[in-house]
Design a protein around this ligand. Structure first.
Ligand code: GTP
Ligand code: MG
Length: 427
């Protein structure tokens, strides 16, 4: 079952209590305090995983809690840390704070993790409270409660190209012909009920394509399957608007589609698109395309006609898509509205990246000198990897292997030792 929205509650584990304990040894009558520290509570992370296609199983469980830290003990023994909980979600999952509506994170890359509920800090044991005035303190701290949060998860698939059109336009057929996806194809409307990703390999290049359910007139008012699925083409670079050339009036169909896009909003009408006339093999389709093309020219629209059945025009369409994608590859100029400059931040969002590529890159560069940071960022930009960081709020911490960086909105820099320790945040 495809579920692209889920609300869950997450809670970090409670910190272990500090111990009150005194040394007891033979021949020592009044041993000093040796109560150890409680372990920190476990954290709750979300991790983007390619294996996950839907939020269905996440949505089945309303509450996720990491385990508590162990209490401290005598002989200055610290309690063990609570274990983390890692919830796997599909790549493209956005995380919102349910209460405030704030976008907390956007997991755009497989292996990207974000901390959503911090475990409570373990309490100090009485050994830490000993002083010259009080050599036998009978106090210890309790462990803090873990952070609790209600979060809304919303999946917005990530693909380069999105297939849109009215039901039966031939979206899934095209998808099945050009990509590795095996979608359901049928002669009745709404044969596709959920978005499907597929990888297209063409002329030594690859891109990701997403097929979504058909859209009908009035979808914005809830007709058919509604417009909810358009969320999954919000992030594509290029839309393909498929129009059935075997239909009575392809131009009307196209207009319906564009109108529904406008109703949906989210700047969908501003997204680059190509018009694709489909079913060119059907009798009369060629004439309709001639007419359609004339109207397109008046409206300065670009497009192609194809037959997914005979293959006519398909390769040329993919060529056209590649050209477009290359044009669009130019890095979007992102204005960082407010790069946080404060060096002391009460609480930073913590991300972790499980990426062999990044680990290798860091190892290779070494990061011994300041200029290595510049090199790292240069390499990230060249490889296109930097785009995955662009969704991260400036001043967040990014952990890659053993290294901790600060994402400053433009690049990564190593976190310095004197930068504020993470403090347990809002309760
Ligand atoms: N003759 C011909 N028929 C086609 C072509 N492409 C698709 N069809 C037929 O059109 C019908 C609809 O195809 P689909 O690919 O399922 O259409 P869709 O746009 O995915 O439809 P929904 O998922 O319901 O929105 C099927 O019966 C296909 O066999 C084509 O190039 N030529
Ligand atoms: Mg379909």
């Amino acid at each position: 079952m495809f579920v692209d929205r889920a609300t869950i509650k997450v809670q970090g584990g409670k910190g272990g209590d500090g111990a009150i304990h005194f040394r007891r040894e033979k021949f020592v009558s009044h041993g000093g305090p040796d109560g150890g520290k409680g372990g920190d509570g476990g954290n709750v992370f979300l991790r983007a995983s390619e294996q996950k296609k839907t939020l269905y199983d996440v949505s089945l469980r309303p509450f996720y809690q990491a385990s508590s830290g162990e209490n401290g003990a005598g002989k200055n023994k610290s309690g063990a840390r609570g274990e983390d909980v890692v919830i796997e979600v599909p790549v493209g999952t956005q995380v919102f704070d349910l209460k405030t509506g704030e976008l907390l994170a956007d997991l755009v890359y497989a292996g990207m993790e974000v901390l959503v509920a911090r475990g409570g800090k373990g309490g100090r044991g009485n050994a830490s409270f000993a002083s010259s005035l009080n050599r036998a303190p009978r106090v210890a701290e309790r462990g803090e409660e873990g952070e609790t949060r209600e979060i809304l998860l919303e999946l917005k698939l990530i693909a380069d190209v999105g297939l849109t059109g009215l039901p039966n336009a031939g979206k899934s057929t095209l998808h099945s012909v050009v990509s590795d996806a095996k979608p359901r194809i049928a002669s009745f409307p709404f044969s596709t009920l959920s978005p499907t990703l597929g990888v297209v390999a063409h002329r030594e290049e690859k891109f990701v394509m997403v097929d979504i359910p058909g859209i009908i007139e009035g979808a914005s008012q809830g007709a058919g399957l509604g417009l909810d699925f358009l969320r999954h083409v919000e992030r594509v670079k290029l839309l393909l608007c498929l129009v059935d050339l075997s239909g009575d009036s392809p131009w009307d169909d196209f207009s319906v589609l564009r109108r529904e896009f406008a109703q949906y909003g989210h700047a969908l009408t501003e997204k680059p698109f190509l018009v694709v006339g489909t079913k060119l093999d059907v009798t009369g389709a060629k004439e309709k395309w001639e007419h359609f093309r004339a109207v397109m020219a008046q409206n300065h629209l670009e497009g192609m006609a194809i037959s997914a059945v005979t293959g006519e025009g398909v390769s040329e369409l993919l060529d056209m898509v590649l050209v477009k994608l290359r044009e669009l590859k130019e890095e979007p100029k992102i204005e960082i509205s407010a790069v946080a400059t404060a060096r002391k931040v009460r609480e930073r969002t913590l991300y972790r990246f499980n990426s062999q590529y990044l680990l290798r890159l860091i190892e290779e560069i070494g990061l011994e000198q300041t200029r290595d940071e510049t090199l790292l960022n240069l390499r990230l930009r060249e490889s296109g990897f930097l785009q995955y960081f662009r969704v991260i709020k400036p001043e967040s911490e990014v952990e890659i292997g053993e290294r901790v960086f600060i994402w400053d909105g433009k690049g990564l820099r190593l976190k310095k030792d004197d930068e504020s320790e993470r403090v347990n945040g809002e309760k």
